[in-house]
Design a protein around this ligand. Structure first.
Ligand code: BG6
Ligand code: MG
Length: 213
């Protein structure tokens, strides 16, 4: 078997919380009267909450203090966390659910590798907390994607070498993190068009077609 483990990003790969992130940042930007659109939001994919806020504030004329920035990040997270309360098992596609099941049946280890501090709560909401052999998330991370730390921790928790794992990502920053860590990478959605993505996939189950997986 070519890969012994698969490390999945969460937001935009396992479920569509990427849209909820966008809506929460948009609400904050509107309140602060800062221009924000989906194109700017693309740069926030995969990157940490504070890095995302700094991208949003590039269009602001006002210079905010660190204390104010912390408050804005908390405000956005409260809006985002509130929108997560509507999520349920229905927010995972059959394609994703069946792929995770097939990988388990094949004996391939599966991990989550997400920058999000809300990852555990989301997994519980969508009923997948038992499905992953390991969870590596934004809590306790020193460096965020494009740094490979989150994926290296995931591989370590699986007891596997990076070269034996495939990283599945929708973010350019996530593909960069995977490459930097020595992982094989598969890009989906916006990352499918990124030249550094090792494989380009349309849906998660396409990874099952990668020879020998
Ligand atoms: C990533 C998202 O998964 O998590 C980013 O792609 C987000 O958009 C990051 O900023 C941090 O998430 P959270 O839930 O900790 O604010
Ligand atoms: Mg993502």
């Amino acid at each position: 078997m070519k890969y012994k483990g698969v490390i999945f990003d969460l937001d935009g790969v396992i479920c569509f919380t990427d849209e909820l992130h966008y809506l929460a940042w948009k609400a904050l930007a509107d309140r602060l009267n800062i221009y924000f659109d989906r194109e700017i939001n693309q740069r926030m994919r995969g990157v940490s909450r504070m890095d995302s806020l700094n991208i949003l504030l590039e269009k602001s004329d006002v210079e905010y203090s660190e204390v104010q920035k912390e408050a804005f990040a908390a405000e956005k997270n409260a809006i985002y966390a509130d929108s997560l309360r509507k999520m349920s098992e229905k927010d995972v596609s059959d394609d994703v659910r069946q792929t995770l099941k097939t990988l388990r049946e094949k004996g391939v280890k599966i991990a989550l590798g997400s920058s999000s501090k809300n990852a555990q709560a989301i997994l519980e909401r969508i009923g997948l907390e038992e499905m992953f052999d390991a969870v590596s998330d934004g809590n306790g991370l020193e460096k965020f994607k494009p740094d490979p730390e989150v994926f290296l921790k995931a591989a370590e928790k699986l007891g596997l070498e990076p070269k034996d794992c495939l990283v599945v990502e929708d973010a350019v920053a996530g593909i960069d993190a995977g490459v930097a860590g020595g992982f094989a990478t598969a890009g989906i959605g916006p990352a499918a068009g990124y030249d550094k993505a090792g494989y380009k996939i349309e849906k998660v189950s396409d990874i099952l077609k990668i020879s020998d997986l």
